[in-house]
Design a protein around this ligand. Structure first.
Ligand SMILES: [Cu+2]
Length: 253
């Protein structure tokens, strides 16, 4: 994107064969795998709302089936029943409309209140803010207030950037794209969030376990989309502080 002062320079030139030095994604994973369970954003909200919505849907489905079955069995012409000549039933039809309207309003209210409760936690004061910049085709991580920036070239797995984070500290990520839409994906905690140009997306996370996991872009973003991998390394507070002390300025990898 021309004119952006932080635009990474010549990141697009690649002159090696596609498999040269490439590290398969599954081999990158060396984490202990325990972090998956500690925080899955929106899962609780989704489960709660989906369960209630499913309950509504099942009840209505059963009621409709029963009404249809009743009509088929007890009002057949073979039973010599005469068809009703009533063309409308205002009270019944009006009640049905009011019921459906109230149900829709309730479900929308339920979804919005649950979502806002969950996203509100993103704005609690974090211990660390990391700006994530996605670009074709790698990542830049800037530690706000610490004069530390890590960037990779994602050059066939050789210089993947490492996002180093402290354990048990609330980290807020502020994510933006330099060019096209990317998606920041941390598979070990089931977290995905899209990166847009000229728009900052945010989320917060607390990593409970030390270890190293792979992350990658989950949105097809161009020719070398599949090179957009990075490491996430969660360290104890003291190890993270030591790492930060040695990473002033701009670092590659
Ligand atoms: Cu991408």
């Amino acid at each position: 994107m021309p004119g952006r002062s932080w635009a990474p320079g010549a990141m697009s030139a690649r002159h090696v064969s596609p498999m040269q030095g490439r590290v398969p994604l599954r081999r990158l994973s060396v984490g202990n795998g325990r972090s998956r369970a500690h925080s899955v954003p929106y899962r609780n909200t989704f489960n709660r709302v989906f369960t209630i919505e499913s309950g509504f849907a099942i009840v209505i489905f059963v009621v409709v089936l029963l009404l249809m079955g009743t009509a088929l069995v007890f009002f057949r012409s073979s039973r010599r029943k005469r068809a009703s000549r009533r063309s409308e039933w205002t009270l019944l039809e009006g009640s049905w409309v009011v019921f459906v309207f109230c149900m829709a309003v309730f479900l929308v209210w339920l979804s919005l209140t649950n979502l806002s409760r969950e996203t509100a936690s993103t704005y609690k004061k974090p211990a660390l803010v990391v700006k994530v910049l996605g670009f074709q085709w790698c990542w830049r991580f800037t530690y706000v207030g610490h004069d530390a920036t890590v960037q990779g070239t994602c050059n066939f797995g050789k210089t993947l950037p490492t996002l180093v984070l402290p354990r048990n500290e609330r980290v807020r990520f502020e994510l933006e794209s330099n060019d096209v839409v990317h998606e920041f994906w941390l598979p070990h905690i089931d977290r995905k969030i899209e990166l847009f140009p000229n728009h900052v997306n945010t989320f917060a996370e607390t990593f409970r376990h030390t270890g190293r996991w792979e992350g990658r872009c989950a949105e097809f973003c161009g020719l070398y989309h599949d090179y957009m991998e990075f490491w996430v390394r969660v360290e104890s507070k003291s190890a993270y502080a030591r790492w930060l002390a040695h990473h002033h300025g701009f670092h590659v990898g």
